[in-house]
Ligand binder design. Sequence first.
Ligand code: TRP
Length: 372
Amino acid sequence: MGINALKPRYFMTIEEKLNYGTFEATVERSLKLEEDLIKNPQKYRVLTGDRPTGRLHIGHLFGSLQNRVRLHRLGVQTFIVIADYQVLTDRDTFEHISENIKQLTIDYIAAGIDPESDNVCIFPHSHVPELNQLLLPFLTLVTMAELDRNPTVKEEIAAAGLKRINAGMYTYPVHQAADILFCKGNVVPVGKDQLPHLELTRTIARRFNERFAQNMAVFPEPQPLLSKAPLILGLDGSQKMSKSRNNAIMLSATEDETAQLIKKAKTDAQRQITYDPENRPEVSNLLTLISLSTGEAPEAIAERIGDGGGAQLKRMLTESLNDYLRPLRAKRKELEANMDYVRDVLKRGVNKAREIAEATLDEVRSVMNMEI
Ligand code: TRP
């Protein structure tokens, strides 16, 4: 594939140039963006990413993975960065990073991201030196105070109980800006917690253009695309699904493991099943999961179960979820038996990312007056 085919095609609308304001305004813009994505997929380049801290679970699948697959199938160029450097910001262990990179890649492909498509690029950022180098000029465009007041970073510091905070923790949002801007990504599908990082990326893009590239913008100001998926609670029904909270069903779990986990899921004492997320979060969450697996509305499922109680609810969830995940899990198994292919996907991803990052870095050096 030639470099021209990789050149981003973005057009900045007047709306994109307006300053971002309230959360409501962000939601509003995200809805408009969604409409335009469907009409004009070729205008957009999506960049998303994950930290390789483990395999993905069904909360990831229904929350973000399926949305990526949908955008990819609309024909939007899709870049997925595996943020391996970010793992070092809040934990000591690094022995599983390499394995996790490959397991994440398997999850993406099994979920429907087609690595043979020209529109897809999956890569770990530690292998793309030109991307990482963008961090240096970007760091000069933000203040210490700005880094210090990032609410998501503060929460992560508290959640990890860090006593000594490494500088990578404060600066990873700037690194994330490099993840997004190296390929001139202009759409970033995000959850609410990532909005401060995206705001910083927009600030960096704007300041870079203002300072170095007044005649012709080098970077777009990427827009957040907020997820429409419902929040998936864990099997305890009280908090977000997450591997570390031990309340998740992994995509890689077997059908038996899935059945066992669902058996232990929390419900309530009422026999009559109703969909009432406010008052019956546990039961409603299980209904939501059935609904996501079958396409039937949760209210209708509840009605069908009637006074069948928690046991019938769980039986139905086990069956519909295992049915739904069967092709994905078969694909997972196939890929796990073919690690050479998985590595090849990553190598091709790295090559493509490097080609693009190199072109961007050349452009950046040129406008910064650093040519030799
Ligand atoms: N910070 C993100 C997370 O913890 C991962 C990430 C790294 C990312 N680089 C990114 C997400 C760029 C979107 C775009 O989930």
